[in-house]
Design a protein around this ligand. Structure first.
Ligand code: HEC
Ligand code: HEC
Ligand code: HEC
Ligand code: HEC
Ligand code: HEC
Length: 276
């Protein structure tokens, strides 16, 4: 903690000369520790790395130089009311792939064993830059380039929805939503997807081969990202990448769909940093 100037003055008045010397030394130390590459907090906060274009090239290592706490394990064992973390499982944690103790949001996406197995998320996969001075998108010339919900730092629409939408069972021709119809399909997505939309997951934030391996043993791997943790009541309009054996006719629902994954997810610059 860096004491505020007012607190410092009070302390000096109470304790006299020797404390002044100590205080000056301590403040210097605290500064040195919190912002390694920078003189002060404000400069670090407005470091160009937070904004476009620099954020697009930033590595995890660069971000973590100042934000190491983001990937530190920091979940309480018990809530202040006494509920034990180990006995509190939320509905979205009932998916069979959920393993281990309660963990933080960032660690569940970047550093747990399961996250590292199926994903390769980088800080800038989700953080595309936001303006801490003006947290409403589109109100000024410098705050136009992303679709953020008010006061949010990542886009639900373009990022979270990809893995947290509902399963589009209508276009798949399923008679009922997956939880009810899965028995009919031997609880196996690959019954159909061994031949349909097989050119999938070739993006820099997913481990495509590992996903296929794990998904062939347990459909919850697939369903986990395609309906089991739906924060939204809509499904993501996935790009329809051309696959081998694809029919030339485009179904009506797919007429406005892109035919390649989003370009920023195809570049390898996002692969420079590696999650801890
Ligand atoms: C030089 C140090 C430094 C670096 C490097 C850095 N940050 Fe920050 N960042 C800060 C400081 C200081 C703040 C303000 C923290 C606060 O108010 O709690 C901040 C705030 C943030 C916030 C919250 C913004 C808000 O609207 O309140 C996010 C998100 C963030 N940084 C992400 C990143 C990402 C992603 C990277 C890498 C691309 C990064 N930071 C690199 C120092 C840094
Ligand atoms: C899966 C997407 C995702 C990834 C990957 C991600 N973040 Fe975040 N981050 C978020 C979300 C969502 C929030 C909450 C922000 C909000 O309320 O809008 C957040 C919040 C933050 C904050 C604000 C303080 C806090 O803890 O709430 C900082 C700083 C931050 N992230 C830094 C990072 C850094 C550094 C990395 C890479 C090591 C990273 N993030 C990776 C989605 C992500
Ligand atoms: C590439 C896919 C992917 C993206 C993008 C993604 N998530 Fe997730 N998310 C997952 C997976 C997989 C899990 C389950 C992790 C587990 O079970 O260990 C998860 C779990 C969660 C959890 C529950 C964590 C817990 O402790 O159980 C929350 C909350 C969450 N995501 C929110 C978000 C938000 C908000 C965003 C956008 C900023 C986002 N996710 C983006 C794949 C993703
Ligand atoms: C009965 C066969 C069948 C089963 C079982 C099935 N799907 Fe599909 N799925 C389809 C068809 C058909 C399409 C649309 C193909 C096209 O683009 O023409 C599709 C499309 C998709 C898409 C792309 C959706 C979009 O909007 O572009 C995803 C993602 C998907 N399936 C995931 C899954 C997952 C995950 C499972 C298992 C939990 C599953 N599917 C089970 C037949 C099936
Ligand atoms: C970690 C999260 C995650 C897992 C696990 C996962 N998917 Fe996906 N899936 C995604 C994302 C994100 C996309 C969109 C990628 C893109 O933009 O190309 C996607 C795209 C797809 C598509 C559309 C492909 C296209 O480009 O036309 C299909 C079909 C699909 N997934 C089926 C599956 C099946 C089957 C499994 C299990 C073997 C599975 N998914 C497991 C996150 C996941």
């Amino acid at each position: 903690m860096i004491p505020s100037p007012l607190q410092a003055v009070f302390r000096i008045l109470r304790l006299g000369g020797p404390a002044l010397l100590f205080l000056v030394a301590a403040m210097g130390l605290a500064h040195g520790q919190t912002a390694p590459a920078h003189a002060d907090y404000q400069r670090a906060r407005y470091d160009p790395i937070h904004f476009k274009p620099a954020i697009d090239k930033a590595t995890n290592t660069q971000c973590l130089a100042c934000h190491a706490e983001v990937l530190e394990a920091s979940v309480r064992n018990e809530s202040t009311a006494g509920a034990k973390a180990s006995q509190s499982k939320a509905w979205y944690q009932q998916v069979s792939t959920y393993q281990g103790e309660q963990d933080t949001f960032h660690r569940r996406h970047m550093s747990t064993a399961y996250a590292k197995q199926v994903m390769n998320l980088q800080c800038n996969t989700c953080h595309q830059g936001n303006d801490p001075r003006d947290e409403a998108t589109g109100t000024s010339a410098s705050n136009q380039n992303h679709r953020l919900t008010l006061r949010k730092m990542a886009s639900a629409e373009t990022t979270c929805l990809m893995c947290h939408g509902t399963m589009n069972s209508e276009i798949m021709g399923l008679p009922e939503p997956w939880p009810k119809s899965k028995v009919t399909f031997q609880n196996n997505c690959l019954l159909c997807h061994a031949g349909i939309r097989t050119n999938r997951h070739n993006v820099n934030y997913l481990n495509a081969a590992e996903i296929e391996k794990a998904g062939s043993k347990n459909a919850d791997v697939c369903y986990g990202c395609h309906g089991a943790r739906p924060w939204y009541r809509i499904s993501f309009p996935f790009a329809r990448n051309k696959w081998e054996g694809m029919a030339p006719d485009v179904p009506d629902w797919a007429k406005n769909r892109p035919t390649t994954s989003e370009p920023r997810f195809l570049s390898s610059t996002h692969l420079q940093g590696t999650a801890k």
